[in-house]
Ligand binder design. Structure first.
Ligand code: MN
Ligand code: FE
Length: 331
């Protein structure tokens, strides 16, 4: 018994399954299958080239988000394939990780597509994670806090190592995919609500649906490891995790203020900060930790299209109808 360190696990023997949630996340991912080329960039290109539609600060906000996501997607893909996959030997979880890696490739492709269609300078976009301090600090924070799992000598055996593994999984799944993506999602969807850059907005909606599942899988993985190895989940360790998450929130707020400094879109950057607090509380609760802010959701429209408390609700309210095989079944 055990999702990690299980001597009885045969990675090639997927049936019968133990962790049916992993299977469900896999199927939910497949049901949201998409590729960026299905979404037209025609109107976006016109708006981008016209000087009447987008203000300079709106253009800057778009560039900032493309700059962050274009490289962050590769960073997550590398985390999955080079680090998480080797330590999670359970076959149904590996099946999900393969799916997730594929989705990260689709996301990486989305930003190639955006750069190509809008005619952006790749040297500008793909160096922002080293040049723009508010982006660099987020990426550096995640790289630093997930160093252990990248050590080729690292193994997950023993309480201290399991704790390190959980710590790094929180870095990947809760902080990177669960917090760092969401101010950007809210900004791009706020633009879309004003009929600006709707093609990119729709692509961000698809990405968000995928990311909601990545986050859900990551939290289920963390919760299962903790449940099976309760000795790792000490008060001191919980405190350490909460502190890490709170530090990441500060960096995400700095990013939001930098990307959206002037209160464009009828929304000021403090509302994006409130949104970060709101989603952070929900991430904390998802892994059994107390919420820290109690902030109300400033963007109720986001929870309809992005925030998965109830996946069912989420898919029922989606703007774009697209699914493979018509087999969505949330009950
Ligand atoms: Mn992604
Ligand atoms: Fe992801």
């Amino acid at each position: 018994m055990g999702i990690i360190n299980n001597p009885k696990t045969d990675p090639n023997k997927i049936l019968p399954m133990t962790y049916l949630w992993a299977r469900q996340h896999y199927k939910d991912g497949v049901a949201n299958n998409w590729v960026p080329e299905e979404i037209s960039m025609q109107k976006d290109v016109e708006q981008w080239k016209s000087d009447k539609v987008l203000s300079e600060s709106e253009k800057r906000l778009i560039i900032w988000n493309l700059g962050f996501f274009s490289t962050a997607e590769s960073l997550t893909a590398n985390n999955i394939v080079l680090a998480v996959y080797s330590h999670v030997t359970n076959p149904e979880c590996r099946q999900y990780l393969l799916r997730q890696a594929f989705e990260e490739a689709i996301h990486t492709d989305t930003f190639i597509y955006c750069c190509d269609t809008l005619g952006l300078d790749p040297d500008e976009i793909y160096t922002m994670y080293t040049r723009i301090p508010s982006i660099k600090k987020k990426d550096d924070f995640v790289v630093e806090l997930t160093k252990t799992v990248f050590d080729p000598a690292f193994v997950t055996e023993g309480t201290e190592n399991i704790r390190k593994f959980v710590h790094d999984l929180v870095g990947y799944y809760v902080i990177m995919e669960g917090i760092y993506f969401y101010a950007g999602f809210a900004m791009m969807l706020a633009l879309k609500r004003q009929n600006k850059m709707v093609g990119i907005g729709e692509q961000f909606e698809f990405i968000m649906r995928d990311e909601s599942l990545h986050l859900a899988f990551g939290c289920d993985l963390i919760n299962t490891i903790v449940k099976e190895n309760p000795e790792v989940w000490t008060e001191a360790f919980k405190k350490e995790i909460i502190e890490l998450i709170m530090k990441s929130v500060e960096l995400e707020k700095d990013y939001a203020r930098d990307a959206c400094p002037e209160g464009l879109l009828g929304i000021n950057s403090e509302q994006f900060c409130d949104y970060v607090e709101y989603i952070t509380d929900r991430r904390l609760e998802r892994i059994g930790l107390p919420k820290q802010f109690g902030t109300e959701n400033p963007f109720p429209w986001m929870s309809q299209s992005t925030d998965l408390t109830k996946e069912k609700n989420f898919f029922e309210t989606r703007v774009t109808e697209y699914q493979q095989g018509g087999n969505l079944d949330w009950d």
